[in-house]
Design a protein around this ligand. Sequence first.
Ligand SMILES: [Zn+2]
Length: 83
Amino acid sequence: MSASPILLPDHPRWGEFLAALSLAPRCLRTTEHARAALESIPDIDAAATLEALRAMGGRCDCAILYGLGEDSHAWAAGAARAV
Ligand SMILES: [Zn+2]
């Protein structure tokens, strides 16, 4: 049997997803980078996963990457200051 097509933090490929998402240049306050990362992983339902992550507080790429349940744009703010 295959693993769940919904990728959540307890999924064996979660680390693979975060590694792909961490390559995104910055958060655009969307989940477009997360969607692209999910679509790069075989056997994952990207749309259903994004919906599940949103329900857990993952409303944008940095929220998914740096802490589900927190409403922080530290990643985007830090990147803006670094320019
Ligand atoms: Zn964000």
